[in-house]
Ligand binder design. Structure first.
Ligand code: NAI
Ligand SMILES: NCC(=O)COP(=O)(O)O
Length: 334
């Protein structure tokens, strides 16, 4: 039997607890087992849950009850009103998920959304899960953010930094490094034997031969050439305004994007409900819904159904598929 997936609590005042209850209800008969690491008080009266002490206990109760590795929030939780006082529990949930996945008791980590500013107000030093997970795995600097939906995969050369800094720090080495991690993951985790990458341009019309910006000639084209010399199938720099069109997308398996919103806008516009955030470059598999804490629609146990479970369902399905593919890929190469 496949190992269970570790699902984190996320911000207790966000939509994570509601999504978790509804996703368990949706999946309980599917055999796609996960366990939740969070405060059972957030589940309300109508969700059967079972407290477990170890992930190995999750499968036997999953069909009847949501398996919960229990944590406790130190402060009362008011939906829609996050508190840095509960950050300690949010962080502990992520730590435990990584711990069990690294030790081989869980197949993957799926994270519920956190509010970065709330964690940072508590002294948390990382800008998001991506960087924290890399630190927990001893892989700082190797992490790469991918956003994926059925029509498009993108990876990013920079994530949670101001746009001006993303441009100022863009380098040939960084594009090459992110492309290598992307290519390796497309082979190992997505089962693509010959991945095709498309590197985005930065400027209008990919610089128009240097008339509208020099980064393409100075930084991006040299990266594309270096990657080709390594034998990779790479096109670019592609004009960013057209490379995400329906006609262009079939030309590549992943787009290498040069700042956060260049990649996330097309994915979230194409498929906000089904988009998945994936962290590449780690020894573990991690996925997450593409949306955030949605405090504006978080209502706690009296759910209104305004929150869509689609993206969390997609994240769990993606984690499940990637874990299976990684096992198969590793068996073939060993
Ligand atoms: N992986 C993570 O932990 C992520 C965390 N965030 C965090 O979330 C917080 C809020 O960020 P926002 O920019 O407001 O983005 P958001 O995704 O939380 O909300 C944007 C809009 O989409 C709606 N929405 C989000 N998820 C939905 C769902 N499942 N069903 C229906 N509607 C949904 C919200 O109600 C809101 O109107 C921030 O602190 C941000 O850092 C944002 C993205 C990912
Ligand atoms: N925009 C993506 C996002 O904010 C998710 O970040 P992370 O928490 O997965 O690092």
């Amino acid at each position: 039997m496949a190992l269970p997936i570790a699902l984190t609590m996320g911000d207790p005042a966000g939509i994570g607890p509601e999504l978790t209850r509804r996703v368990w209800s949706n999946l309980k008969a599917s055999g796609r087992v996960f366990f939740w690491i969070g405060d059972p008080a957030l589940l309300g009266a109508n969700t059967p849950y079972r407290e477990i002490r170890h992930p190995s206990e999750a499968a036997s109760c999953f069909v009847d009850a949501l398996p919960v590795l229990p944590l406790s929030c130190p402060e009362p939780v008011y939906s829609g009103c996050p508190s840095p006082g509960n950050a300690v529990t949010v962080i502990e949930s992520i730590r435990k998920a990584v711990h069990y996945t690294l030790e081989g008791a869980a197949s993957a980590v799926v994270t519920n959304p956190i509010a970065k500013h709330v964690l940072m107000a508590s002294g948390f030093p990382h800008p998001g899960h991506t960087e924290f997970l890399a630190a927990l795995c001893g892989a700082t600097g190797q992490e790469v953010m991918m956003l994926a939906c059925p029509e498009l995969r993108v990876t990013l050369t920079s994530v949670h930094i101001p746009l001006k800094k993303a441009i100022d720090t863009l380098s040939t080495d960084r594009i090459v490094a992110v492309s290598r991690v992307t290519e390796a993951s497309l082979r190992r985790d997505f089962g693509l034997p010959q991945p095709r990458l498309a590197v985005a341009g930065l400027n209008p019309h990919a610089g128009e031969n240097g008339m509208m910006g020099g980064e393409e000639m100075r930084i991006i084209q040299p990266a594309v050439e270096a990657l080709r010399r390594e034998g990779m199938n790479v096109i670019g720099p592609m004009p960013p305004d057209t490379m995400f069109s329906a006609a262009a997308r079939p030309r590549y398996d992943a787009a290498i994007c040069l700042y956060h919103d260049q990649g996330l806008i097309p994915v979230k516009t194409l498929d906000m409900a089904g988009g998945v955030n994936i962290t590449l470059g780690l020894p573990i598999i991690r996925t997450s819904p593409d949306h955030g804490t949605a405090f504006d629609i978080a209502v706690g146990p009296e759910e209104t159904g305004k929150a869509s479970i689609s993206s969390l369902l997609s994240a769990l399905a993606m984690a499940h598929d990637m874990a299976l593919q990684r096992v198969m890929s590793d068996a073939q190469t060993s």
